[in-house]
Design a protein around this ligand. Sequence first.
Ligand code: PMT
Length: 454
Amino acid sequence: MCRARVAAEPAPAGIPVSYRPSTASVNSHMPDLPLANLRVLLGVSGGIAAYKAAELTRRLRDAGAEVRVVLTENAARFVTPLTFQALSGNPVRSGLWDDAAEAAMGHIELARWAERIVLAPASADLIARLAHGLANDLLSTICLASAAPVALAPAMNQQMWAHAATQANVETLRKRGVAVLGPASGGQACGEFGAGRLLEAESIVQELAQLHGPKPLAGCRVLVSAGPTFEDIDPVRYLGNRSSGRMGFAIAQAAAEQGATVELIAGPVHLPTPPHVTRVDVRSARDMRAAVMERIEHSDVFVSAAAVGDYRPGETAAHKLKKHGSALTLTLTENPDIIAEAAAHRARAGRAPLFVVGFAAETRDVEKYARDKLARKNLDLIAANQVGGGLGFDACENELLLLWPGGSERLARADKGVLAHALLERIAALRAKLAPASGPRPRSAKNAARRSRR
Ligand code: PMT
């Protein structure tokens, strides 16, 4: 692993160390920027991705935030405080034992100053320390002493990310309301491939803007289906598909972040429940249909991201099927088309109609088949994605073609969390156009600058 810099650079002389909360922001003349005037404490932990936090500092400032940076001691082995001082325009702290800063209880002042704490990159070690409430360095002490919402962008080796201990720690933090941004997957500095890459600075800022920004789905009840369905052949075998549930879970999480009340109908997947989301686990297409239809009447939006099995075995054997030395023929029965049935229930007495969003997973002629499904299933919007060969299914990233009657939008390849927010923005805009009196409209740019902290 290469290091950007080995030794920590001492803070330059003459830099003021008082972090008194500022009342006037340097960005107060830019109220329309997505993070205008937001006081962001950027915590950088040790890892090769620490160098990317320099770009993030710039992007945060470009988005209007006032940024102060705290480096862990390990981060300061990869990057220098001087870099972050120059980019943030503020002094940088890295140790708890800085006499001058701590004379004024510097860590407590920083904890109070921050309106949002962003940890990027967040190493496995930092995540573990936060999950267990440790306060054994400046950054973890600030996190414990601050009431500011925390967002973290993990970066680590893919095996470390997949480790049960890390996943349990992340789940603990999620349950406490910490926003987890990424990680992305791809090639890693260590030469391995998988999930664990730091999200690009632009994506992090975009996600922060969503967390900080207006809540276009406030008051809206969103029902999401996610993951595969399993159709049992016998007690040990089933027909399934490669859906991991990531896309649907990202939509559920993004909808909750945008202020919606969210119910998530999840097929058999191994993903943690996003914060503030009510989850119902199901197995087969018929289970999923029942769970969806039970909730459809009180929902305003239904997003069907689940890869529902089109067919199931005509019969499920009570006991394990035995080999008989000849070919086995399974007769398949068609499953109910859940989304088509939901779309038939869109009318609402005295309320805006249900807004129905489907996905189209195609291996070829993506747009053609998606347009056909949009019309045939009577949908308001369809998100088409190319699947197969590592695309779409079971990946952290995706790319979507959104189609609706009279319009289209292409969402370029990005993390599924980023795409989920973009999809929901489109849903909010289309709903507002279709039924202006039905619910909260997207707020104005002025409102967008208002703080909202979840
Ligand atoms: O879960 P991931 O690993 O993150 O992967 C994401 C995804 C590829 C599964 C997702 O992006 C996606 O495309 N989901 C829809 C998959 C699918 O079943 O597509 P389809 O073209 O076969 O179905 C069209 C629509 O009808 C879908 O909204 C589907 O949920 C719905 N459907 C299909 C069959 C059925 N019996 N009932 C349904 O409601």
